[in-house]
Write a protein that binds this ligand. Structure first.
Ligand code: ZN
Length: 501
């Protein structure tokens, strides 16, 4: 398995520190608002990476923090006339709920910054004691000059950075790039006691403290959007390595940004979308399928048209799965000459088994190549097509039936590895039948029950009898009635069924 490591700017063989185990830290949201779809893209990308590592047999410990103390939260509370704790609690829950809605797995551990202050104070004290940090008027800053490796992760030169940062916003700092580890308390703001004065932690120190506490250092993978490389992750490296004297992270993985209709997403430009608003118009699986089609490190362009295409693709997969399920369920051995059955059965079965094997191989091949989910999805699509055409004339024999079952289950399984969960939907044909069939069956064939599936069965049986009796008026009335409900009768070698038009 190869992964692109931001630290070395190259694809490297993935070898976790401990065989079979992966320690994985992911920067979580600052909970002052609902997340936008750019954030959602990052969280979905890393969910896929985590799921694939698990599929590959790794025992993954996935830690994602919630930043529940921050200037943005304090400002939001002032705007809303509430408290920072109330704002943080509300948007933390909103975040957890919406992640669940789009099928992002729960982290193994989800620490909250406000519950981890003592580990942050410990690190800051160590940094002060070792001369990597200094306190002024209750603020504490990290001295970037004290860490010669500063700039290595983001590939920046510290002298260039310093000369580019001429404007001193805070003249008390030794260097313009020095960043806050601790902010002195201000009236009315949340504050904790510390040896250098009460206050609250800076943002960067959180991730150093929580990853150290729950994963230790070094750990295997640190993830986040590529907008976090500098300064957030650069600062995490400086704090943690200056504190522990050990390397911080083995593999740094960064996800690309999101544009909307080829434009940068920005509140001021008016093209800004919250995930929860997008989900009002689209199924989460379609959004995920769409995002999977762009490599996680590349820029992803969102548009309504692309989302509609993804919805159509999703429906194509679901319709194929229904075809396969139906063929499997309605298969009955038919009396045909053994050699005739034998030939067809052998060729269909052999073909399909080859497709299944090729799809599994391609899936792993693409995902092992820095999690190329787009390639993996196209491999699944090939099996969807092959599976569908393999049952177009029904099922020939038991070995063919078993191959079709395997094709169906492989499609469902591999999509689930990518977090696209279709099982519930694809196996529930009842949901597809509109209520109107009950009334139609009552009117045309005297149906007195209330279960749509039973109404359909009776209508199809009545139609077949009508055709056998050359009662074309009734047969047509049934066909037209179903058609008005958006349903179509399909005659197949295995029998008659209805499908959505
Ligand atoms: Zn972070």
């Amino acid at each position: 398995m190869k992964v692109y490591n931001t630290l070395t700017r190259s694809k490297e063989e993935f070898v976790p520190r401990e065989a079979g185990k992966v320690s994985f830290y992911m920067c979580g949201p600052t909970v002052y608002n609902h997340i936008h779809i750019g954030n959602a893209r990052t969280f979905l990308s890393f969910d896929v990476i985590r799921r694939y590592l698990e599929y590959s047999g790794f025992d993954v410990t996935f830690v994602q923090n919630l930043t529940d103390v921050d200037d943005k939260i304090i400002n939001r509370a002032k705007e809303e006339g509430s408290t920072p704790a109330e704002v943080a609690e509300y948007y933390s829950q909103a975040f957890i709920d919406v992640m669940d809605e789009i099928g992002v797995k729960e982290p193994t551990i989800r620490p909250r910054a406000t519950q981890e202050i003592s580990s942050m104070i410990e690190i800051i004290q160590t940094l002060i004691d070792s001369g990597h940090a200094y306190a002024i008027d209750g603020d504490v800053y990290f001295a970037v000059r004290s860490f010669p490796e500063y700039g290595r992760l983001s590939g920046r030169d510290i002298d260039q950075l310093l000369s580019g940062a001429r404007v001193e916003v805070d003249s008390r700092k030794r260097d313009a790039l020095d960043f806050a580890l601790w902010k002195a308390a201000k009236p009315g703001e949340p504050a904790w006691e510390a040896p250098w004065g009460s206050g609250r932690p800076g943002w960067h120190i959180e991730c150093s403290a929580m990853s150290e506490r729950y994963l230790g250092t070094p750990f295997d993978i640190h993830g986040g959007g590529d907008d976090l490389v500098f300064p957030h992750h650069e600062n995490e490296v400086a704090q943690s390595e200056a504190c522990t004297g050990k390397p911080f992270v083995k593999y740094w993985l960064h996800g690309g940004m999101l544009t909307i209709d080829q434009e940068k997403m920005s509140k001021s430009e008016g093209n800004f979308l919250l995930l929860k608003d997008v989900l009002e118009h689209v199924r989460p699986q379609a959004l995920r399928l769409l995002m999977l089609q762009t490599h996680y490190r590349s820029q992803f362009d969102y548009s309504v048209e692309r989302l509609q295409e993804a919805t159509a693709s999703l429906e194509r997969i679901e319709s194929a799965l229904r075809n396969l399920s139906w063929a499997i369920e309605s298969y009955a051995p038919v009396a045909v000459a053994p050699n005739e059955l034998g030939d067809k059965s052998v060729s269909w079965t052999g073909d399909l088994l080859k497709h299944i094997e090729a799809t599994r191989e391609q899936f792993v091949h693409h995902m092992d190549d820095d999690f190329n989910a787009a390639g993996a999805v196209s491999a699944i699509f090939e099996l969807v097509t092959a599976g569908n055409s393999s049952v177009k004339d029904g099922i020939y024999g038991e070995s063919h039936r078993l191959a079709v079952i395997e094709a169906h289950d492989t499609i469902v399984e591999l999509l689930a590895v990518l977090g696209v969960d279709l099982l519930a939907k694809a196996d529930n044909n009842e949901e597809e039948i509109p209520e109107g069939v009950v009334a139609l069956a009552g009117k045309l064939v005297g149906f007195s029950g209330d279960i749509p599936a039973a109404a359909v069965d009776l209508l199809l049986e009545a139609r077949n009898n009508a055709r056998a009796n050359k009662d074309w008026a009734l047969a047509d009335a049934i066909r037209d009635g179903l058609s008005e409900l958006g349903l179509m009768i399909e005659d197949t070698p295995s029998g008659t069924r209805i499908v959505r038009k």
